[in-house]
Design a binder for this molecule. Structure first.
Ligand code: AMP
Ligand code: MG
Length: 461
């Protein structure tokens, strides 16, 4: 062992000895939680509301797209053979026999020596097998507005370039063929998928519904926006950061009032707020030995396990379930799973990132909750005094000194890393990970970083 390895292992061993023996890893906590969740049911959903939801039906095409061969350019529909030999030096002339805008079908034929003036997207008239764009005719310098054409149609058109058969024609079914399976069950509906569904004329689809998440923050110190600041009080931020995370991950957030009056009133409020919830998220004291009215209610009315997880920030975590009163059905009690996050604002957000996000994605039928990871060179030291996995908030940039294809990532810590320093989350686009077995990551060393936001390019750092 080198001196360095010795000092690492000494520190880690000392640190381990002060940790509770029943600490679990981030992965174990996540597995235990995810074991309790499955995708929710599907519902008929208006297209725009289905964004980022998962498709619950296979989409087959009832018709081809495009439905007919059509022109990719504004120009003239011709018989390719009629343009043979045309060049800028010795152009040919065709007789203009008609005009066709997008949206209608030409009712005549393009005969030998004829051309039909045609606009992008219009179906190819019978008889024609190529499009000569305006740029290759004597219309290249004129304005092409339809009204001026209708007022003064021309009799002839000069063809400057020979057209190959099929030139500038988009074939029927080039995008989608009638009967094709276009989108599979399980597809995440992003903007392009929603565009494709719209192109098939669909106004709504079967999609796995969005989870409903009830959020409760409590504490005698908490104030709502608008209340005057008083000594000893702080404004409730967890309700808002957590509701924002819930909504940004595609679920629907409902927030409950923070006031902790009596045990009875609080119990009633939680039950009321849970009516149709798929998940209850709390951020209240979950450390062992902590006293909190809410904690008492949650433990007495529901079932809750208190865990210590080998991570920083966010060591204490609670998980259980809470009965939903009311429409329980024939004696069958419905229960809402309960994810109990720590109260510290950074810990609450970080634990929601690590456990809440996979939970919501699982209910949404999505498996792609892992964040992209990169190796980055760390600028400042990341301390790990007690052998947990540290998620340090960092500003990640991509540095490319050479201007070539390769480059590297750089991670600068956002500043103080306390679990109450919420601006560290606000500044970060990445979480730099110091593994459990490392006592520190030194400046200049590489580590893994989870990317949670866009990464800017930077030169010569
Ligand atoms: P607790 O987990 O309730 O012991 O709280 C730990 C720390 O987080 C304390 O400093 C609380 O004031 C703070 N905290 C708890 N809940 C919130 C909240 N909703 N918004 C902002 N800070 C909170
Ligand atoms: Mg508290």
């Amino acid at each position: 062992m080198t001196q360095e390895e010795l000092s690492y292992s000494a520190t880690t061993q000392n640190a381990r000895s002060i940790l509770p023996a029943d600490m679990i890893s981030v992965e174990e906590a996540r597995e235990r939680i995810l074991a309790q969740f499955a995708p929710l049911g599907a519902a008929q959903t208006p297209l725009l509301e289905a964004r980022e939801q998962v498709l619950a039906e296979e989409i087959r095409a009832g018709f081809s797209i495009p439905p007919l061969d059509n022109t990719a350019m504004d120009g003239y529909a011709v018989r390719a053979a009629d343009t043979e030999g045309a060049t800028y030096d010795s152009p040919l002339t065709l007789r203009v026999s008609g005009y066709l805008a997008a949206g209608s079908v030409y009712d005549g034929q393009v005969g030998p020596g004829e051309a039909v003036r045609i606009m992008t997207g219009a179906p190819i008239p019978a008889g024609a097998d190529a499009i000569v764009p305006f740029e290759e005719t004597d219309e290249q310098d004129e304005s092409h507005v339809a009204t001026s054409w209708e007022q003064s149609p021309r009799e002839n058109v000069r063809i400057d370039v020979e057209a190959r058969p099929g030139a500038n024609i988009r074939r029927a079914g080039e995008d989608i063929r009638e009967g094709d399976a276009v989108l599979a069950v399980g597809t995440v509906l992003g903007p392009a998928q929603i565009g494709v569904l719209a192109s098939l004329g669909l106004g709504e689809v079967q999609a796995i519904r969005r989870p409903r998440v009830t959020i409760l923050s409590t504490g005698d110190e908490l104030l709502r926006a608008g209340q005057p600041l008083e000594p000893g009080k702080i404004y409730d931020s967890n309700t808002f950061s957590l509701a924002s995370l819930v909504e940004s991950y595609g679920a629907v957030a409902r927030t409950l009032d923070i006031a902790t009056d009596t045990v009875e009133a609080l119990t009633a409020r939680i039950h009321e707020g849970l009516a149709d919830a798929d998940l209850l998220v709390t951020s209240v004291g979950v450390s062992r030995g902590d006293f909190d009215v809410v904690k008492e209610v949650l433990a007495r009315e529901g079932e809750v396990d208190f865990w210590t997880v080998r991570m920083r920030p966010g060591k204490p975590l609670a998980f259980g379930s809470f009965p939903i009163r009311g429409e329980g059905g024939l004696g069958g009690e419905r229960r809402a799973p309960h994810l109990g996050l720590p109260g510290n604002p950074v810990s609450a957000m970080m634990t929601f990132e690590l456990y809440g996000r996979p939970t919501l994605y699982t209910m949404l039928g999505r498996g792609d909750w892992e964040r992209p990871r990169v190796r980055a060179t760390v600028r400042e030291r990341i301390d790990n005094p007690d052998g947990r996995r540290v998620y340090a908030r960092a500003v990640v940039t991509h540095v490319n000194d050479t201007g070539g294809r390769d480059g590297r990532y750089l991670a600068r810590l956002t500043g103080p890393q306390g679990s109450g320093v919420l601006t560290s989350m606000a500044r970060a686009n990445g979480y730099a990970v110091c593994p459990e077995e490392r006592a520190a990551i030194e400046p200049g060393e590489e580590c893994e970083v989870l990317l949670v936001g866009p990464v800017a390019d930077e030169r010569g750092a």
